[in-house]
Write a protein that binds this ligand. Structure first.
Ligand code: ADP
Length: 358
């Protein structure tokens, strides 16, 4: 893994609650440990109230933590102030849910704005940079338009171009696709992925939607009640969620296998996770032929993680040599989680505890 470009060490933030702040302290973030590797698309996901907005304000250095340390691009944010702090803030481009464009300014003027704030005076230099940025986000023909003349997706592209104007190494997207329809969301996420690949940009995506994380993130941290519930590669967290908060987010994105998915015909009931090329292999029909097992698919989900296909199927086996069949699946790299075993089964096959997979 690349070294972290953002790291949080034991970061805590509370707000005074109650009338005029005299109530008990409300802990918005509690002892957060987080490393965001350089060059990653890193998702931070959580339900409403989990602490996402607070985390955004800390990462973009608009607020300071009560305790703990935040490092951005090699600098300890606690030790900088004034002009140095402004400079460090410019290392992070911000993209907002509601775009935050200046309605009285044209697209080109919106994108030029941060350059002017940063003190760039050379008009030709600004024009060249704006035109390069608009080309990159697919809006070369829209420079003279006003935000009201654009669709939501186009407005967000302007927001992205503006955020990149001063060439920050980090882009922080705060619910950047939450106001967009699914198709526009896909196209904006595709643009972010392209920027990540082509510019080596580190992208931090704050979202409440697992689907957004699934489409483009490499790694994800799940926030729950101000704490990191779990963190890891998206494949692991999405396909094998351990924490109830993560399971709830996956269920919301996909619907979920229900209790009846565990009811087989007296044989092994397993959850099989296929990822990548294995997803399209006819392994189950081979097993039926070779081991004489029969299988019924009780439920499951299919889709992609980034562009890689996956299938997670709840399957009930009956007859034949089921143990040999399951060993064969494991040997082929399929993750096998046992949901129910035959009543007279010998040592359990489960890789994980039953409670972990429901
Ligand atoms: P999210 O963005 O995930 O919905 P927030 O960071 O907005 O979560 O909120 C986390 C917790 O901190 C909530 O309990 C919220 O009420 C509290 N909180 C956030 N900002 C403030 C604030 N400025 N004053 C008081 N409480 C706040």
């Amino acid at each position: 893994m690349a070294p972290p470009i953002i790291s949080l060490r034991h970061v805590t933030k509370s707000y005074a609650s109650g009338v005029s702040g005299r109530g008990r302290a409300n802990v918005a973030l509690d002892a957060i440990e987080l490393d965001i590797p350089q060059g990653d698309i890193f998702g931070i996901i959580g339900a409403s109230g989990a602490g996402k907005s607070t985390l955004v304000r800390l990462i973009n250095l608009l607020e300071r933590p009560d305790s703990g340390a935040i490092r951005v691009n090699g600098r300890d944010s606690g030790t900088v102030a004034g002009g140095e702090l402004l400079k460090l803030r410019r290392e992070i481009g911000m993209v907002f849910q509601h775009f935050n464009l200046l309605s009285a300014k044209t697209v080109a003027e919106n994108v030029a704005f941060p350059l002017k704030l940063a003190g760039v005076r050379d008009k030709a230099q600004i024009a060249a940079r704006v035109s390069e940025l608009l080309g990159r986000v697919g809006l070369a023909d829209h420079a003279a338009k006003y935000p009201r003349q654009l669709s939501g997706g186009q407005k967000q592209r302007v927001g992205i171009a503006r955020a990149l104007a001063c060439r920050p190494p980090i882009l922080l997207c705060d619910e950047a696709t939450s106001a967009l329809d699914p198709e526009t969301t896909r196209s904006v996420l595709a643009l972010l992925r392209e920027l990540n690949r082509e510019l080596g940009l580190t992208i931090v995506l704050i979202t409440h939607e697992m689907d957004v994380v699934r489409q483009i993130c490499h790694r994800v941290a799940v926030l729950d009640h101000g704490r990191i519930a779990e963190t890891g590669a998206v494949e692991d967290v999405f396909l094998h969620p351990r924490h109830p908060a993560t399971r709830a987010l996956v269920r919301k994105a996909f619907g979920e296998t229900d209790a009846h998915d565990r009811l087989g015909g007296g044989g092994h009931v397993v959850r099989l996770t296929f990822l990548g090329a294995a997803t399209h292999s006819p392994l189950l029909s081979h097993l039926a032929r070779e081991q004489g097992v029969e299988f019924a698919i009780l439920g499951g989900k299919l889709g992609t993680i980034r562009d890689e296909p996956f299938a997670q199927l709840n399957v009930a086996f009956t007859g034949g040599d089921q143990r040999a069949a399951l060993a064969r699946l494991t040997a082929a790299g399929i993750v096998v989680d046992t949901l129910a075993e035959p009543a007279n089964a010998a040592p359990p096959l489960a890789r994980r505890e039953f409670a972990d997979v429901v």
